[in-house]
Design a protein. Structure first.
Ligand code: SF4
Length: 295
C-alpha cells in the first residue's frame, strides 16, 4: 500500500489518535550511538539546498509531543540528560517513543566501552531504555541492522537493535517486544529521510496498525526516489548514479562500492630517477644544500 503524505495526515486526523486526546502524554527520547548523525541532520531540516521540508520541530508542535532529549537539539547538557534517563528507568517519567540512531557498539572485546554515556556503555543504557518504551524506532540502517560500522571487519563489534545485517538477533534478540507489544520498528535508510521518519512516528502515535515486513520495516520505508505510482526507482535518472540499496538489511555488504576489491598488480612506470631534484632552488645544489630554511 502506498499513501501520499497529505492523504495519510487526513486519515490520521480522522482516526482518534491514541496518544493525542489520550490518557497518557506522548514523549520522545532520541539517542545517538555509533552514528554519523545523518538521521539527526535530516530530521532537523538539512535535506539539501532549497528544501525547507517538514522537520522534527514541526512534528513535535503538530503532534503535541514533549521532547525529553535530543543530542543535537536539546539545550540540556548530557549530565542533565543522564538525570532524565535515570527518571525514565525508575519509571518516574513515561517514555512513549525511543528513537535510536547509529549502530550499537559492543567493542572492545564485548565491553561496549568504545561508546559510553555518563561512564557506562551506551549499549546497556539503550537496552534498559528499550524495556521502558512503548515504541522503539530504529532511525536509519545502522541502528536497524548495523549498517556501515557492522561491515567486515567490524572493528567496533557493531550490531543493530534486533538484527545484525539480515540475521535476527542484534542487541535485543529476535523475540524482544516493546511495551506496546511490537518489535523494533526499523526505519531503514542511510540516511533515512525526514519525511519517512516523521510519517512513521505519526503512524505510531495514531495507533494505526503498522504492517512490518520480515525485516520489521514499516510500509513507510521505500527507495527514497521511487515513483509512488509505478513504484519504479528513478534514482539513476534523478541523481545520475544508481540506487545503492541503503534500505536493505545487507547494506552495505550487498554493494561492491563498499567491498574491498583486489586490483590486478601492474608494473608502474618509473617516471623519475630516485633522488632526482624536481626544482633547483637558486643558490642550492642538487641535494638541496644551501636552500633557504622556512622551518
Ligand atoms: S544509517 Fe547511514 S546516515 Fe544513518 S547513522 Fe548510519 S551511516 Fe549515518
Amino acid at each position: 500500500m502506498y499513501l501520499y503524505w497529505d492523504q495519510l495526515k487526513q486519515e490520521l486526523s480522522e482516526q482518534g489518535q491514541n496518544f493525542r486526546g489520550r490518557d497518557r502524554e506522548a514523549t520522545l527520547l532520541w539517542m545517538a550511538c555509533g552514528s554519523c548523525n545523518g538521521e539527526s541532520m535530516a530530521i532537523l531540516g538539512a535535506e539539501g539546498p532549497g528544501k525547507a521540508g517538514y522537520n522534527l520541530l514541526d512534528f513535535l508542535e503538530d503532534e503535541g509531543v514533549r521532547l525529553l532529549w535530543h543530542p543535537s537539539l536539546s539545550e540540556t547538557s548530557p549530565r542533565e540528560a543522564a538525570t532524565i534517563i535515570a527518571r525514565i528507568l525508575a519509571a518516574e517519567e513515561e517514555l512513549a517513543m525511543l528513537c535510536v540512531e547509529g549502530s550499537i557498539i559492543n567493542g572492545p572485546h564485548g565491553s561496549g566501552m568504545y561508546d559510553t554515556f555518563d561512564g557506562q556503555p551506551k549499549r546497556d543504557i539503550i537496552r534498559a531504555l528499550c524495556d521502558r518504551a512503548q515504541y522503539v524506532i530504529a532511525m536509519g540502517t545502522c541502528s536497524a541492522f548495523g549498517g556501515i560500522p557492522a561491515a567486515p571487519p567490524n572493528p567496533s563489534e557493531s550490531c543493530g537493535l534486533q538484527f545484525t545485517n539480515e540475521q535476527p538477533g542484534g542487541l535485543l534478540g529476535p523475540e524482544w517486544r516493546s511495551r506496546a507489544g511490537l518489535p523494533v520498528i526499523n526505519v531503514a535508510g542511510c540516511p533515512a529521510d525526514a519525511q519517512t521518519m516523521i510519517k512513521t512516528m505519526s503512524l505510531v502515535l495514531a495507533g494505526l496498525p503498522l504492517e512490518l515486513d520480515k525485516f520489521n520495516r514499516p510500509l513507510t520505508v521505500g527507495p527514497c526516489l521511487s515513483d509512488g505510482i509505478t513504484k519504479r526507482c528513478g534514482t539513476a535518472q534523478k541523481v545520475g548514479y544508481a540506487c545503492v540499496g541503503c534500505i536493505g538489511a545487507k547494506f552495505p555488504l550487498s554493494k561492491p562500492m563498499f567491498r574491498q576489491v583486489e586490483l590486478p598488480q601492474r608494473e608502474l612506470p618509473v617516471l623519475l630517477p630516485p633522488r632526482a631534484p624536481i626544482f633547483m632552488i637558486p643558490g642550492s645544489d642538487a641535494a638541496g644544500n644551501g636552500a633557504p630554511c622556512h622551518g
